[in-house]
Write a protein that binds this ligand. Sequence first.
Ligand code: UD1
Length: 433
Amino acid sequence: MENQYIIKGGTPLHGEVTIGGAKNAALGILAAALMTNDTVVIDNLPDVRDINVLLDAIQGIGATVKRREPHVVEINGSTIKDNTIDYDSVRKMRASYYLLGALLGKYHKAQVVLPGGCDIGSRPIDQHLKGFRALGATVNIEYGMIHTQAEKLVGNHIFLDVVSVGATINIMLAACMAEGRTVIENAAKEPHIVDVANFLNSMGADIKGAGTDKIRISGVEKLHGSEYSIIPDQIEAGTFMIAAAATKGDVLIKNVIPKHLEAISVKLIEIGATVEEFDDAVRVSAGHRLGHSQIKTLPYPGFPTDMQPQIATLLALSEGTSIVTESIFENRFKYVDELSRMGASIKVEGNVAIIEGVHGFTGATISAPDLRAGAALVVAGLVAEGYTTIDSIKYIERGYECFEKKLCALGASIEKIPVDDERAVQKFKLKIG
Ligand code: UD1
């Protein structure tokens, strides 16, 4: 049964929210956990759809997966019987490609369906494959599957043509048990790269320089068990920061690493919001209409592409003309049509959105085009006058745990109801008044 969100906008968010573990770090860490035959315990795992799909796939190849608690999983890779991953569910998920690097590194052989993921533009994986080949593997693509194998993997010097989060993590996975030394140059520097490297090091790998553009890996013969807690999700935190500012609210966002949120904090301060940083929390408030800005998405530490739809939604409500340039993915403005139906004034030309701020949105019936755009539309619904319904929320649930519950706890009027359930709509309206 498909669900949708129904929202009555107009309430400023107030209170405290706790952020979960980083989905994109968890995806790499779960794959890495398969590389030892010992048991690995992973804490602060987000309970979201992408993670659960990957856990199913991991179980499907024979690994032992025990979900001790919603956010704690125990994995043992010694029982893996198969190195072919070919499930429909995985096909829709981008990060299934991490199983290639992990299984190639451990077993020297892996076959994985070509990844899908959110449709936010062409998403080639040539840099991942270039890295595997540089380590001595053969790579073939046949019938929608990637086949890779190697007699042995030998470290090499790899210069990435584009800064890629996925390729950096995948090559780190494949190289950490290769013979000798690997250097990845022009590596991505995202916090989740550092987290995957820290996790691998906790298993006995020898990875240095993660978080800089040059990562040095000395291969080790084997990896051992570990207990590890995943870093907080920078994008979930950023989304609540924007929601607080857009609704002119005041929210303390807990369990974050403020340093990872700097690009977002700086922009919010620049346009007039108040951002207070604590050791592991940030407080965002705005008492008035915010100002305009120019934003260009860039690899970390630049402004994250995964926050582009949310900040553009905020700028669409701010004073003056803002320019948002998307430099990572070419198809990331699909939410603009939906926002326009709510009253936004945005013109997209190529990878640039020109935003004329309006005073407010009005509720509409809209659809989430992808994960982050979907989250941005929820923010729009929280601000809009009247009722908004958002369908295709399955995209949003890929990456946000209990999104509507966390928002309700901050005072928002939002509920998850079945699509086409008129009675549920009426019930919500009666309750909200
Ligand atoms: C990851 C994140 C995604 C985020 C993105 C950028 C995961 C599961 N997803 O995606 O949420 O939006 O980083 O921060 O962690 N490219 C190539 N060849 C390659 C690989 C990438 O040309 O082999 C290009 C892409 O088309 C894109 C750019 O490099 O233009 C960055 O992509 P990349 O960093 O690889 O994104 P993902 O790892 O797919």
